[in-house]
Design a protein around this ligand. Structure first.
Ligand code: GLA
Length: 386
């Protein structure tokens, strides 16, 4: 594990403090960034994420009592209890537990003999910032279950289990990008994921480029409902186009069907189809070490997400404008949208200055603080012996 502010020792001693004994299993999962390829995974598109050095760590023991007891540093530092024979999606304040019990339910469905559990989670991965804290929580839970109940899955299979948990328990019809990124990350690389074949191709991120995540610290309430809406709008476009997914549709076919699609559905589909083309162009630009081209593609991606897909918000647009003023290589909103973070590619020698200036300029413009972090691409979720 690289540069986490939390260590295995921290997590284990926290476990001892909370449950008065030592854990039997320990694991951690990174968050992720996405270079480009947003809102295309659920249309079998191509995405370009990387696992990053911010993590959710977990430690656990198996118990005789049919109870799941969870303590986490991100939930008021208290123990939450759920009966093992009542694994139903929770609503309200405690609904974050769905990411944990959803995964447990999926492993049981697959035949794992999961019993009672005591779990502690420690995290330095901010939640609600578009860096996939949900996928990291799911996958750390998965690793703990695998190691306590002897039920090992390949990383891709684990990613699918985590995605199913999110669909069925958290009620978000997400794609597979986040779960694959956090489980299959490769140090120093971004992963091109073909969401149709699930083929993964690692691309080294040039040494000269630093990745900075800037967090608006806003989360608009409409976010989840709008995610589902966008997915349904894309499905609608497929129906009209007679396509299995927007992955196989072309801009030419789309333009021909414009009248039948109507303006909104047309624009949604135009985002997806054009974004998939941008991902491929971005990979070529990165291989050729062409920062100007990479920056242009990031700007086009943001514009498309803002105008055609309508998932940006004024706070994200402002951060992208500030990054442009600060001569970033490129910047765009990242993840589901309606708040959360931007991804910024900056020249490595400008990293520190960029980190300071983006916060300062934002404060001068709005009177509000944002967070910004430089992050590095790391390996995916792992367990280690106690
Ligand atoms: C969320 C989802 C992903 C993906 C992104 C948008 O992070 O979990 O599957 O759809 O939004 O690219």
């Amino acid at each position: 594990m690289q540069n986490s502010s939390i260590t295995k020792e921290n997590c284990i001693s926290r476990f001892k403090e909370i449950f008065n004994r030592g854990p039997e299993a320990y694991g951690y999962s990174p968050g992720r960034i996405n270079l480009i390829g947003e809102h295309v995974d659920y249309q079998k598109g191509i995405v370009f994420p990387a696992a990053i050095n911010k993590y959710i760590h977990g430690a656990a023991v198996a118990t005789q009592e049919p109870l799941i007891k969870v303590w986490s540093s991100f939930d008021h530092e208290r123990i939450l209890e759920i009966k093992l024979d009542q694994l139903e999606p929770q609503r309200g304040e405690d609904s974050w537990i769905n990411y944990i019990i959803g995964v447990i339910a999926q492993y049981m469905k697959k035949g794992a003999k999961v019993g009672g559990l005591e779990i502690v989670f420690e995290s330095d991965l901010p939640s609600g910032s578009g860096m996939s804290s949900s996928a990291a929580l799911e996958s750390t839970t998965a690793l703990l279950i695998e190691s306590l109940f002897n039920f090992t899955l390949e990383p891709i299979e684990r990613a699918k289990v985590c995605q199913a948990a999110e669909h069925e328990f958290a009620g978000v019809p997400c794609g597979i990008m986040d779960q694959i990124a956090v489980n299959c990350g490769t140090q120093g690389h971004a992963l091109m994921i073909d969401c149709e074949s699930l083929e993964l191709t690692p691309f080294p991120i040039p040494e000269s480029i630093a990745i900075v995540v800037a967090d608006t610290k806003v989360k608009h309430d409409l976010a989840d409902g709008q995610y589902t809406k966008r997915k349904l709008e894309c499905d609608e476009a497929c129906k009209v186009l007679g396509a299995q997914s927007l992955r196989v549709a072309t801009l030419g076919e789309l333009n021909k069907a414009k009248d039948m699609l109507g303006t909104t559905i047309f624009r949604r589909a135009r985002h997806v189809i054009s974004e998939i083309i941008r991902v491929k162009d971005f990979a070529t630009a990165m291989e050729q070490n062409d920062p100007t081209k990479m920056g242009t593609l990031l700007a086009q991606s943001h514009e498309s997400l803002k105008s055609d897909f309508e998932v940006s918000c004024p706070e994200l647009d402002r951060l992208v404008q500030i990054a442009e003023k600060l001569n970033a290589i490129g910047s765009r909103m990242m993840g589901g949208g309606f708040g959360g973070s931007t991804i910024n590619l900056v020249r490595r020698q400008n990293k520190q200055q960029f980190l300071e200036q983006i916060k300062l300029l934002h404060f001068e413009m709005t009177g509000n603080d944002i967070d910004a972090w430089a992050v590095d691409p790391v390996s995916g979720a792992t367990t280690s012996n106690i």
